[in-house]
Write a protein that binds this ligand. Sequence first.
Ligand SMILES: [Ca+2]
Length: 397
Amino acid sequence: MMFTFTRPKSFFFVALACTALTACGNATAQKAPVETAVNETVDVAPVAEVKDMTGSVKIETWIDDMDQPWGLVFTAENTALITQKSGELFLYQNGTLTSISNVPEVNDARQGGLLDVALDPNWPNEDWIYLSLSDPKTSGSSEAMTKIIRAKLEGTKLTNIETLFQAKAADYVDAGFHYGSRITFDAAGHLYFSIGDRGIMSDAQDISKPNGKIHRINRDGTIPADNPFVDTADAYATIYSYGNRNPQGLIVHPDTDVLWSTEHGPKGGDELNVIRSGINYGWPEISYGINYNGSVLTEFTQKPGMAQPISQWTPSIAVSGLEVYKGDLFPAWNGRLMVGALAFEELRLVTVDGDKYGSEIMILQQEGRIRDVTTGPDGAIYVATSDQILRLSPADK
Ligand SMILES: [Ca+2]
């Protein structure tokens, strides 16, 4: 089923979208929807000014000899859980990496594998660990789809494993790319996760398919009553936004509860988006990028009913993990988005004001492809590269 919104005005409002969809439930009633205009018609120029601040940080190797770490989260001071694409989950504590047993099988092929890891927002009182992975349709199958589970850690073993999201069997795809898969939580405790288009571009516009979307569920896997498509026939009721190419960065800003996403473009057109309920982010109908072979992908950078990004990177920096810096070591950087880049091997900090873009600096360059980034309990910035976890602290301390 193809599904697109058509709207009569060039600007629309989240509050109106809610009314039109008749899908605003209790949670929305408790918190009035923010009436923020979604830009549909003004082309967004590529990021041009990036101040080089790489001299501000001291770089140390925190963990060496890793093999494609993908997700990184601290469970306590100097203690972290780290996923490795190959399918291993590690606990790093007191200088030692311990492999966790009982991790479900993953399809470790191309971009697939064991992907993001996140802690319950009420950690450690609620000691759930959330994982995303490329789930093979059957053991050993090359058909796979992004799956979300949660589990508890008892000693060095995962226990109490629960499946929170699994696609219909018919929607598993035999392709090794665009799993998306970042996990984040809003202030009310909803869980958001992304699935890339899996290489089937048109699926991103089809809400009967799970790929090319950002999804929203409750932490026990149930579906919030105010999700935008809960009353739409044939739709995945977990869908929160659609037309998303491959969002590998997803974070709720803790100061504002705004949901930010970074999304890989094709060749050019990497996007920073503010994700809102029921909104179409345009892929592949609109894009600032072109095909990898240089041919035209779409002649449109804007269409009615499709949101523009907040900013875009052309050429592509290959955006990956996204987090918000919250710590004491770099007080001037508090609240900034930390944007990792694979191809450009950079870590950038983006200043935002509410849902508006401000400016951008670069604090790390040429230290390897950056897959994930987070703030440690000590206020340092921790960065997962292709084979290390780096620790960034102020250069002048
Ligand atoms: Ca877009």
